[in-house]
Design a protein. Structure first.
Length: 163
């Protein structure tokens, strides 16, 4: 990841963009932005930089990576109010003890982490299948899955070995 962004002809630009985004996020999350318009501008600048980095990582497949990122952010924004307000609700409305609230939050967090790992693994597998598996992985899974457009002489050798 670092070699893609911070070496080569765009290295200086990427360093500047990284520092600018770092400063923008620092201003946003410390509450020093001067209103909603400033926060929106800084957030859009951060998002544009993120898309710029995605394009550098995978020029042909960046829309898919952006889609996956949006799904992950959507899931996060859906779940954070529950996670943030759950302790207060359990303590004040249900009158649970601090130990019980701690246990509930532990298992809630553990389930969230396990679900994130499972969803991430599943997402990677889906992306690999949807975005043409690399040739080596294709041969490991199934030799008949090797497509002629994926490689030149490697495909010819793999096909001739199978026959």
């Amino acid at each position: 990841m670092f070699t893609t962004l911070y070496r080569g002809r765009r290295a200086a630009l990427n360093v500047v963009l990284t520092l600018v985004v770092f400063a923008a996020l620092l201003v946003i999350f410390t509450g020093h932005s001067s209103g909603a318009l400033m926060t929106t501008v800084l957030a859009l600048m951060t998002a544009a930089t993120f898309v710029c980095f995605l394009v550098q990582f995978e020029p042909e497949r960046w829309p898919t990576a952006l889609g996956v990122t949006l799904v992950v952010f959507t899931v996060f924004f859906f779940a954070w109010p529950i996670t943030a307000l759950l302790p207060t609700y359990l303590k004040t409305e249900l009158h649970l003890s601090a130990t019980t609230v701690g246990d509930v939050l532990f298992w809630s967090g553990f389930g969230t982490a396990a679900g994130a790992v499972l969803a991430g693994f599943t997402g990677v597998v889906i992306l690999l299948v949807a975005l043409k598996l690399p040739l080596r992985l294709q041969r490991l899974i199934r030799l008949s899955a090797v497509r002629p457009e994926d490689g030149s002489d490697i495909v010819t050798r793999a096909t001739s070995q199978a026959v």
